[in-house]
Design a protein around this ligand. Structure first.
Ligand code: MN
Length: 676
């Protein structure tokens, strides 16, 4: 064969005209949902999907995931976009490729179980607006949480894809919970529920290639529905695991277009297309058409999102995931949480405590929201437990879990932990064993009354029913009753170009010249001087923080009234013998400014203070000034890392002062109340 002929043959093979494979691998593209959710905090805008939508529709994807997961929340909250409108808009461009969404079972697209009436209407309206495939999962793999949504999915003629959350307690599949038998049993349950396909949902990128092979083989042998593998790249194993799954006969895999691939997202599509070219699993995709799409994305879309990429590390793989078998996002949450509490030195204790807490809470899979529930409780245990008492501070969500409100755990919850968690629990001290939503009263009519005329249709009503606070705010903006804040407006390519220009100028030193023309502000006494060396040049630079002094100056310099911003005047003010801490800048980056506890610890002589053990937001006070409180009773509830923590009275007495109110942000060590 001459060189010329070889080139010709390759060209022909790149196009869609090559012979069709015997069993082409089906591909679901996740770029427009999980891709930007994983890499860009779900900030992708509809206007940035349109430029590639028609071209993507031509590729031949089995489905495109465009909705669900965090999109519904993020769109109305941060982007000023109507989530329903996105579905309808994209539908005009995707004329033949089915739409898929991620549905969190009875949690729908939120973070708690909603009542059955809300769940039914949600699924129905979602189908009405163009959804065809419902990828449905439950964080506990308790499929009773599917019982309400699945019949509606089926009645509407849509595709029910049942997920099994992939979890591990050991480095590889096995141990005493997440065995091959466990997954086969779960798949059979889904098949019995009428699943049109079954998805192994490996949200943390834990599945190892040979386990993927074994698992897919076993599922193919035991159940009829198509088998689909969803695996995040996080640990670096996913392309290998996908490949072994393909060899084992997996029907569908999930990938992203290159610009949306890798890191905590998914494997890229293009290497699969090339690797399978000419084989019996050839996708049949036109690699040139994919290159066109990537070029548009790189040129016209991704520059607007690049700043959202987590570029703190050069590595694209998170090795910690391999070491601790926990989702990458959960690990970075734990680190941030400890940093905020100035306790990063406890990270090893947290890694040690984590498997223990998880085991005591029933070896549940770690995925939103269970990863936060287990993670936060672990941090609480490490920071607040004493040698003779564990679980000193139990979050509200752990109580709910112990009550059975999330469903049945994979293994039994430790009876002692459960008993302690349910002591005085508002719904009762005996856990439920029924389907969780059975204890929930209908919510729709109440929501309809509350939102009134502001909801013009059922779609509006659902936005409010799912997200009462932010949803109502969005509806006010949507109908022009409130101004749309600038923060939700998109960034343009022109702005990106301007920023780039500024950076170039700064690099060349031109910005320094300009700044000389500007009149310099007066130097404050807090100015700090740094020596800066650039390629052999030396500069002396004074750094003066704009808008105030640097953090922690001296405990003696601040007046008592500045104790905590937004604090209400206590009815019976505690008279501090020495001044309270200086005001803390709210936006101070936790890592950059250490917060030595000694320097800010307030001294209150005539009472016992209840201090914030962690930074967070006050949810509510359960006692007022003048109220009697017994030791151990809850005085105030504080939210930290999305979890609620009830702070008990350290002594019996009368509440003499309350220093904050609901909605206030507080720093660690702030005095929230005083008992005298
Ligand atoms: Mn995912």
């Amino acid at each position: 064969m001459s060189d010329h002929a070889r080139v010709k043959q390759v060209e022909m093979n790149y196009t869609k005209d090559r012979p069709k494979a015997k069993k082409p691998l089906k591909i679901e593209d996740l770029s427009l949902r999980d891709g930007h959710q994983s890499l860009f905090a779900t900030r992708g805008r509809t206007e940035d999907m349109i430029p590639v939508a028609e071209k993507m529709d031509q590729i031949g994807f089995w489905a495109v995931e465009v909705w669900g997961g965090a999109t519904f929340d993020t769109m109305h909250r941060f982007l000023g976009e109507d989530p329903w409108e996105r579905l309808r808009t994209l539908k005009r461009y995707f004329k033949k490729t089915p739409f898929s969404m991620l549905l969190r079972g009875q949690n729908l697209v939120g973070y708690r179980n909603y009542a059955d009436d809300v769940a039914r209407l949600f699924v129905k309206k979602t189908v009405d607006n163009g959804m065809e495939i419902f990828r449905t999962f439950d964080a506990l793999n308790d499929f009773r949480n599917f019982e309400t949504v699945v019949p509606v999915i089926k009645e509407c003629g849509a595709h029910f894809q049942g997920c099994i959350c992939y979890s591990l307690t050991e480095p590889r599949m096995g141990g005493d919970v997440y065995t091959l038998e466990y997954y086969v049993k779960k798949a059979k349950e889904l098949e019995a529920m009428g699943a049109d396909s079954i998805c192994i949902k490996d949200m943390a990128g834990l599945i190892a290639p040979y386990d993927a092979y074994e698992l897919v083989k076993a599922l193919k042998a035991n159940v009829k529905p198509m088998i689909h593998l969803h695996s995040h790249f996080t640990s670096g194993m996913s392309p290998m695991s996908h490949f072994k799954a393909i060899e084992a006969g997996v029907d569908i895999i999930d990938t992203c277009l290159t610009p949306y691939a890798y890191r905590t997202s998914h494997a890229a599509l293009e290497p699969f297309v090339m690797s399978l070219l000419g084989t019996d699993r050839d996708t049949g995709f036109d690699i040139n058409a994919l290159a066109d799409i990537n070029e548009i994305l790189e040129r016209d879309v991704l520059p607007k999102y690049k700043h959202l990429l987590d570029d703190t590390k050069v590595s694209v793989i998170d090795i910690n995931v391999l070491l601790h078998q926990t989702p990458g996002g959960m690990l970075s949450n734990l680190v941030n949480q400890l940093k905020e509490m100035d306790a990063l030195d406890k990270i090893d204790a947290v890694y040690k405590e984590l498997p223990r807490v998880r085991k005591e809470l029933g070896q549940i899979p770690l995925v939103t929201p269970t990863s936060q529930i287990v993670g936060t409780q672990t941090v609480n245990n490490v920071l607040f437990d004493t040698p003779d008492e564990r679980y000193k501070m139990i979050t509200a969500q752990v109580r709910d879990l112990c009550y059975g409100l999330y469903g049945k755990t994979s293994a039994a919850i430790d009876p002692e932990v459960q008993k302690k968690a349910l002591k005085g629990y508002e719904r009762g001290e005996t856990p439920i064993t029924c389907r969780p939503a059975e204890v929930l009263a209908p919510e729709l009519e109440k929501a309809r009354k509350e939102i009134g005329d502001l909801a013009l249709d059922d779609e509006d009503l659902i936005i409010y029913a799912l997200f009462p606070v932010t949803g109502k705010k969005y509806l006010l903006q949507k109908y022009g009753k409130e101004k749309v804040p600038d923060t939700v407006k998109p960034i343009t390519l022109e702005e990106v170009a301007r920023q780039k220009e500024m950076i170039e100028k700064a690099k060349k030193g031109e910005l320094v010249e300009k700044s000389k023309i500007k009149e310099a502000p007066e130097k404050s006494p807090h100015i700090r001087t740094f020596n800066v060396f650039v390629d052999g040049d030396y500069f002396e630079v004074g750094v003066d923080e704009v808008g105030g002094s640097p953090f922690i100056t001296s405990v003696h310099s601040a007046p008592a009234s500045a104790a905590s911003s937004g604090s209400i005047k206590p009815a019976a003010p505690a008279k501090p013998a020495s001044p309270l801490p200086p005001p803390k800048p709210k936006a101070a980056p936790a890592a950059a400014k250490p917060t030595p506890e000694k320097a800010v610890e307030p001294v209150v002589t005539d009472g016992t203070p209840i201090k914030a053990p962690m930074p967070g937001m006050i949810i509510r006070y359960e006692r007022n000034v003048g109220d009697m409180v017994n030791e151990g009773e809850t005085v105030v509830v504080i939210e930290a890392m999305k979890m609620e923590n009830a702070l008990p009275a350290p002594v019996t007495g009368v509440i003499k002062a309350i220093h904050s109110k609901s909605g206030d942000s507080v720093a660690r060590g702030d005095v929230l109340a005083v008992i005298g």
